[in-house]
Design a protein around this ligand. Structure first.
Ligand code: ADP
Ligand code: MG
Ligand code: ZN
Length: 439
């Protein structure tokens, strides 16, 4: 009997807003002295009142709209209650029943449509550091805006999950809402995995949630491991149940963290200190976000293919970052008057691994033209041209011989005229110096 995996992904992304989600503390906490970006709100002191960060809501809507979501007519925050030392308030302000964005989708490279259940706004927790026998708490991260993107359980293979996660990372960067750096924890992945018999219609009645995944590679191996483990367990007659497992990168296996709590364990209830958000009041914001939405990575990819006749792999490389894509287009623009086309520019940038931080688009065109025009480097050919130019510029030859070194320029100019600018200047110069010395 054949089994297939059923996978759903939850992605958390930390927004790069100036201030935190519900207070005015700086959200730029990375590498800062612990507990210096705090106030009564993000420390969860009794009586402190939160207020909503508009920039964060706009960023969340940007992500939702880019993922083809609708903005919920009414959305509101709720308290997700649980105890943990990094959660000063005893609850996280999140969204549960009324998320900001709902019902979207993303199309993968293989054409598969992944349905997105929700894109909602929440806040990050503090950060615990375990050191020897003590644990330190830093609340600088407490209350930093987090957006969570939840898919339907639509994935059937690991490669698709990876493609999806990479596309989201690229999107966050294109939209400029987050650096989405996995190592720094800007972007965090949780995969929900179950298996079922091929041909079975209904979803398995359990799912295993994989946490502590901090790279795309670990995510892939953790899911692969989990699929094998679950199939093995089912074949051995075990009954699988809802649980949370972590990934142990050293032992290359998943391990049980806890049997999964149900949503009602969190006692979600509407956050009484924050107003609900209504779409009719948000409509102007939604319209202006839509109007200002940049070209999305997958749109750019398609346009590059059509407009510049590039291959799929070329467009994938060139649109990986917006910076590289802009550099490519700039270069093509500069090349237009010089008979250099998009394919040539693409080949050059990719094959020569051009560093766009060090090279200018115009330099790329110069390099390309140099090659195209066909610089004359052949010594004998250059010598012939040099002799002819000397014949035609007798006066300059005499001037040079009598000590006027600048006269050399006139003879070089003569060679350039004869060769329509194709002579290799430095080689030509040494040839001329030799000829003039012995002439
Ligand atoms: P929670 O907060 O409890 O993790 P969410 O609704 O945020 O719940 O996320 C549930 C995730 O689990 C979604 O990504 C969903 O696609 C996925 N999922 C639901 N059922 C299954 C299943 N049978 N197998 C695998 N994944 C599933
Ligand atoms: Mg979850
Ligand atoms: Zn604060």
């Amino acid at each position: 009997m054949n089994y297939e995996p059923v996978i759903g992904l939850e992605v958390h992304v930390e927004l790069n807003t100036k201030s935190k989600m519900f207070c005015r503390c700086s959200a730029d906490y990375f590498g800062k002295e612990p507990n210096t970006h705090t106030c009564p709100v993000c420390l969860g002191l009794p009586g402190a009142l939160p207020y909503i960060n508009k920039a964060a809501i706009e960023a969340c809507m940007k992500i939702g709209l880019a993922l083809n979501c609708s903005i919920n007519e009414v959305s509101r925050f709720e308290r997700k209650n649980y105890f943990y030392p990094d959660l000063a308030k005893g609850y996280q302000i999140s969204q549960y029943r009324w998320p900001l964005c709902i019902n979207g989708y993303l199309i993968l490279d293989n054409g598969q449509k992944i349905r997105i259940n929700r894109v909602h706004q929440e806040e990050d927790t503090g950060k615990l550091t375990h050191r020897d026998s003590e644990t330190l708490i830093d609340f600088n991260r407490s209350g930093v805006p987090l957006v969570e993107i939840v898919t339907e359980p639509d994935f059937r293979d690991v490669q698709s999950v990876r493609d999806y996660a990479k596309k989201l990372q690229q999107l966050f960067r294109y939209l400029g809402v987050s650096n989405a750096d996995m190592e720094r924890g800007d972007m965090r992945l949780e995969a929900n995995v179950s298996v079922r018999l091929v041909g079975q219609e209904e979803l398995p009645n359990y799912r295993v949630e994989l946490k502590n995944i901090n790279s795309f590679r670990f995510m892939a191996v953790a899911i692969e491991y989990e699929i094998k483990r679950q199939i093995g367990a089912i074949k051995a007659g075990e009954k699988l149940s809802q649980e949370t497992r972590g990934w142990n990168a050293d032992k290359k296996c998943t391990y049980l963290q806890r049997s999964k709590e149900e949503a009602n364990d969190y006692r979600y209830f509407p956050e009484p200190d924050l107003p609900e958000m209504k779409v009719d009041r948000l409509q102007a914001t939604v319209d202006s976000i839509k109007a200002k939405m940049p070209e999305l990575p997958w749109e750019k990819k398609e346009r590059f293919q059509k407009e510049f006749k590039l291959s799929i792999s070329q467009t994938a490389i060139l649109t990986e970052s917006k910076e590289l894509a802009d550099f490519f287009e700039d270069t093509v623009k500069h090349g237009q008057g010089h008979d250099v086309n998009g394919v040539q520019v693409a080949n050059h940038i990719i094959n020569k691994k051009i560093n766009i931080k060090e090279v200018l688009p115009t330099q790329v065109i110069e390099e390309l033209r140099g090659k195209k025009v066909g610089i004359i480097e052949d010594e004998r050919e250059l010598e012939k041209l040099a002799k002819q130019a000397m014949e035609e510029n007798q006066k300059s030859v005499e001037d040079y011989k009598s000590g006027k070194v600048v006269a050399l320029q006139a003879i070089i100019g003569g060679v350039m005229k004869l060769s329509s600018g194709k002579a290799d200047t430095s080689k030509l110069k040494s040839i001329l110096e030799r000829l003039l010395t012995y002439a």
